[in-house]
Design a protein around this ligand. Structure first.
Ligand code: SF4
Length: 503
């Protein structure tokens, strides 16, 4: 039987997390097919490693998980080299980038199949079909080319997550020590990354999750999440978890059950949720979460403009008033809200775009007044619109378009696209970007992030002192002195780019 390479391209320069995507695909073929893991994050000469496997002629499948951004830097050239040097190897891509940009991927000539969404069933079925030289057209969640046509097969229902096979941590540990993935963060000394659910029941019009999961969500039961974490605690001594689910908190019942189970285990945790969902949670539930180690929750606050919130299709219930009221509410429970904002959305005129940026800056300051602990993450808007959505129409009309070939995605401006730091959006003028960035610098100076546990209280006080006059007067221009301190003295890291501080 032919063997498989599961490849996780390099996704960060530091703080390497357990590569859950390839781990989960590994689980789907474990004990059925022979496979190896290659993690670009932990390899110094990654191509050489892949080539050595392929040179044995035992490997016929090169499966790559691809998120937008840094992963493309290895995914594209390595897949191309595999095609050139080992033309009989089948190249299979999965992940958000592949699913959402499937046309450019398949037209590149070096991607044969795309797993469109979860691969728990599609991946092993595709390998079985290819091994038997059988027809694969009836396999769900696939995209491929057939006689110059792109074929998208039926999207299957999300499977019951409790029926999934266990993740092969011990097998991964043979390739890369799990130790290397357990970083020190503000949550704990040995922080693991874990996925407890897939998808999201909402349809925010800018979100890359929507076209893939189509407003569906399935979570593992609280008991199974707890059992997995206990395994990681006993086997690898973890003391903290980042839940990298798109939306961990969909079910209050599941969250509370999990909190009750984990509360005596001394595990701190963090996850992503929605303001309008968790604002419906009972006070008792929030209290239980806090007791059980929930330190911080990430929320897409997006903007303080109710009309834009509606346009973003945030589910219809999130409002300016709620965003601010909820920050205040969470303060009572000592859970830190981590609010992300998207500044620079398209509008009818230049002055309106700029006005909205300034309104949101003022809104952020209002939030800081009611709950100064709120962590603020600012993104510059870059469209990941759902085709056919109102937002998609709007950004296309305003002159935006995605690259028309894969190599173009490697240009520096597109590479940063997903980080929303360097948008290619014609309605945003340089002075607007400066305004956003300068405010962000001043804000981060006046309120240094709690997630960077390396900052001493003295450092925090000094940078706050230097930033105070700017923050209070609203004079954000040229904040070079703050940048200088952040860069050379504090070695400040931005959580939106680099995640929590870890080593
Ligand atoms: S709630 Fe979050 S994950 Fe769900 S659709 Fe909106 S942005 Fe995406």
């Amino acid at each position: 039987m032919n063997k498989i390479i599961l490849f996780n391209p390099k996704s960060a320069n530091w703080k390497h997390r357990i590569p859950n995507s390839i781990l989960q695909i590994g689980a789907s073929i474990h004990n059925k097919h022979e496979y190896v893991f290659v993690d670009g994050n932990l390899e110094t000469d990654c191509w050489n490693k892949i080539k050595k496997y392929l040179d044995t002629n035992e490997y016929k499948y090169f499966a790559v998980t691809v998120m937008p951004g840094m992963q493309l830097r290895q995914a594209i050239p390595f897949s191309k080299k595999v095609r050139e040097s080992f033309p009989s190897v089948k190249i299979i891509w999965g992940g958000y980038f592949a699913s959402n940009q499937y046309k450019v991927c398949l037209e590149s000539g070096f991607v044969d199949f795309i797993i469109n969404g979860p691969g728990d069933e599609a991946f092993p079925q595709l390998i079985d079909a290819l091994e038997k030289n059988a027809d694969y057209s009836s396999i769900n969640n696939l995209i491929y080319r057939k006689e110059n046509q792109i074929v998208k097969t039926h999207k299957s229902d999300l499977i019951d997550q409790d029926t999934l096979p266990p993740l092969p941590y011990d097998y991964l540990n043979r390739f890369y020590s799990i130790e290397k993935y357990l970083g020190k963060t503000f949550l704990g000394k040995r922080t693991a990354a874990y996925h407890s659910s897939v998808g999201c029941p909402f349809t925010c019009s800018f979100c890359a999750v929507v076209p893939i999961y189509q407003a569906r969500w399935k979570g593992k039961s609280a008991k199974n999440v707890f059992n997995d974490l206990m395994y990681l605690k006993e086997r690898f001594k973890i003391d903290a978890v980042e839940f990298h689910d798109n939306n961990f908190f969909v079910s209050e019942k599941r969250t509370v059950e999990f909190a009750e189970l984990v509360k005596n285990e001394k595990i701190n945790w963090w996850g992503e949720g929605r303001i309008d969902t968790i604002d419906k949670y009972k006070d008792d539930s929030l209290e239980m979460m806090k007791e059980a180690g929930c330190k911080m929750i990430f929320f897409g606050a997006e903007t303080g403009n109710d009309d834009i919130l509606k346009q973003m299709d945030k589910g219809g219930t999130q409002s300016r008033e709620q965003i601010i009221g909820f920050a205040k509410r969470l303060r009572r429970f000592n859970i830190i809200p981590e609010y992300s904002f998207v500044l620079g959305l398209p509008a009818d005129s230049e002055s309106k775009v700029y006005q909205q940026i300034n309104d949101d800056i003022n809104f952020i300051k209002e939030i800081k007044e009611v709950n100064p602990d709120t962590e603020i993450i600012i993104y510059v808007y870059s469209p990941v619109p759902t085709e056919g959505s109102e937002l998609y129409e709007q950004v296309t009309k305003a002159g935006f378009k995605f690259p028309s070939n894969l190599e173009e995605w490697l240009s520096p401006s597109w590479e940063n696209f997903d980080l929303r730091k360097n948008p290619l959006t014609p309605w945003l003028k340089p002075f607007m970007i400066d305004r956003i960035k300068n405010f962000e610098t001043v804000l981060n100076g006046y309120f240094p992030t709690v997630s960077d546990y390396k900052l001493t209280s003295f450092q925090r006080k000094v940078i706050k002192f230097f930033s105070a006059w700017r923050y209070k007067t609203g004079f954000y221009y040229f904040p070079y002195e703050i940048k200088f301190l952040q860069r050379f003295w504090l070695k400040y890291r931005q959580p939106e780019i680099e995640g929590f501080y870890a080593e």
